[in-house]
Design a protein around this ligand. Structure first.
Ligand SMILES: Cc1cc2nc3c(=O)[nH]c(=O)nc-3n(C[C@H](O)[C@H](O)[C@H](O)COP(=O)(O)O)c2cc1C
Length: 431
């Protein structure tokens, strides 16, 4: 992903468009310079299928990357960085995309694929399509209606939504807007009274599944985001009038402190309880709730096996969109090992870098039950609100359906490991 001043990016794009469209220019350039030019074009708009113009309406989008440019243009630089950032030098962010080049697809021909069926069921939740909305906190940073706009889009397009603990909008409002059960993602400080209160709240709201995020035992260095904050003071920018208008940070902190006190908790003690989650705590959550329990953030076959041993109902293979730790393994690359370890005993979901129909198909063929997307629907939300999210979901689903047709697979059950082949590393660049 390329951060930067949208206006500068647009002028670079306009210049490149002009130069690339000029036969005289191309004829006069030596090959080496042309290669440099194409490399520069790729840097402005990674991938040759990317738009040169920033789209003005969701209907203009050819693929979901079009929403990325539109989101970057509309968001403040700090909010864009919050959305786009990885950690450290963002190797993991690129790896999540590059991982798909490690797999090729094996299409079967001459199958009647007129009547396509993308329905599936996971843990008692019926899905019209195995593409779900990953939990993402703080969505009013992207659009004033935040999570409610996303829920309305999920309703309109009939997709499963997983709501973050860090939702800007109240859980009940989001459930109402979705008009069907949503899954609740849980961040918990490892302090039982708070965890119990969070579980009760989700149960009362009718959530059938709680998704416990287990990949956050500390915050990674989101360097790109931190550039917008002062050295040594991670909250400095929130004191800026422009940031304060959205964050109202003091008010939210005061609300949090009031909640803790009303629950008889000492905020200072709680701070030292943070990051103490372990398997005993998972057992405790599993025993205390009527909701199904899914762990999000599993990356190894060892932990996948432990999920099964601890009676967890499902898992999400995830590296948090490479936002917390920088590592070179993409989620799709670790998926086969995890599928082998789980051996069909619990459903496996996956996220991290899924952007195209072929990406979804690859994960389904490797054994995932469903795939979650994060940034793409947030790009849509940032650029066009509910309409943008709907358009992103429609594009992703259409692409998956197209690939299913090409692959000769009519429904979820006909997508199998025989449709995918592992390739040697590093063969193809991928946007
Ligand atoms: C802005 C943003 C906020 C996020 N907030 C949460 C969160 O509150 N809880 C969580 O479990 N994951 C969170 N994630 C991670 C996503 O659930 C998901 O794992 C990731 O975005 C998938 O990768 P992708 O963005 O490449 O699709 C967040 C991701 C983004 C981009």
């Amino acid at each position: 992903m390329v951060a930067g001043n949208p206006t500068a990016r647009q002028s670079r794009r306009a210049l490149l468009r002009f130069l690339l469209g000029s036969p005289l220019f191309l004829a006069a350039r030596p090959v080496r310079a042309l290669e440099d030019l194409l490399a520069a074009a790729a840097e402005c708009a990674p991938g040759l299928a990317d738009a040169v113009e920033v789209i003005a309406s969701p209907a203009d989008a050819i693929n979901v990357f079009d929403f990325r440019a539109a989101a970057e243009e509309r968001l403040s630089p700090a909010h864009w960085a919050f959305l786009a950032t990885g950690v450290d030098h963002e190797v993991g962010l690129r790896a999540n995309r590059a991982g798909f080049a490690r797999f090729g697809l094996r299409p079967r021909r001459l199958v009647d694929v007129r009547d396509l069926d993308t329905r599936t069921e996971i843990l008692g939740t019926k899905l019209a399509c195995p593409i779900a909305l990953a939990p993402a906190g703080g969505q009013r940073a992207f659009h004033p209606q935040g999570e409610v706009a996303v829920a309305r889009a999920a309703k309109a397009r009939d997709h499963l939504m997983i709501l973050s603990t860090g939702s800007h909008q109240p859980l009940h409002d989001v459930v109402e807007a979705r008009g069907a059960p949503i899954w609740f993602q849980l961040y918990t400080p490892g302090a039982w009274p708070i965890t119990r209160w969070q579980l009760r709240r989700a149960e009362e709201a009718g959530c059938p599944v709680v998704v416990l995020t287990v990949d956050l035992p500390g915050f990674g260095s989101q360097d790109r985001l931190r550039r917008f904050r002062g050295p040594g003071n991670p909250f400095r920018s929130r004191d800026d009038p422009a940031c304060y208008a959205c964050h109202g940070s003091t008010r939210r902190v005061a609300q949090g402190l009031r909640l803790m006190t009303s629950l008889g908790l000492d905020p200072l003690e709680l701070a030292s309880d943070a990051f103490t989650l372990d398997w005993d705590y998972v057992d405790r959550i599993r025993d205390a709730t009527s909701m199904k329990l899914v762990l999000k953030g599993i990356l190894t076959h060892e932990d996948a096996r432990l999920c099964v041993e601890h009676g967890v109902d499902g898992l999400v293979v995830s590296n948090h969109g490479a936002r917390q730790m920088d590592n070179a393994l993409s989620t799709v690359e670790v998926l086969p090992g995890i599928v082998r370890a789980v051996d069909g005993r619990i459903p496996i979901l996956i996220d991290g870098g899924f952007r195209r129909g072929t990406d979804f198909f690859t994960a389904l063929a490797l054994g995932a039950s469903a795939v979650c997307v994060g940034r793409p629907y947030l790009w849509g939300l940032s650029a066009f609100g509910q309409e943008g999210v709907e358009a992103v979901l429609a594009l992703l689903r259409t692409e998956l359906e197209t690939v299913m047709r090409h692959m000769g697979t009519r429904d979820r059950t006909s997508i199998t490991a025989a449709h995918v082949q592992a390739l040697a590393p590093g063969l193809l660049p991928i946007p």
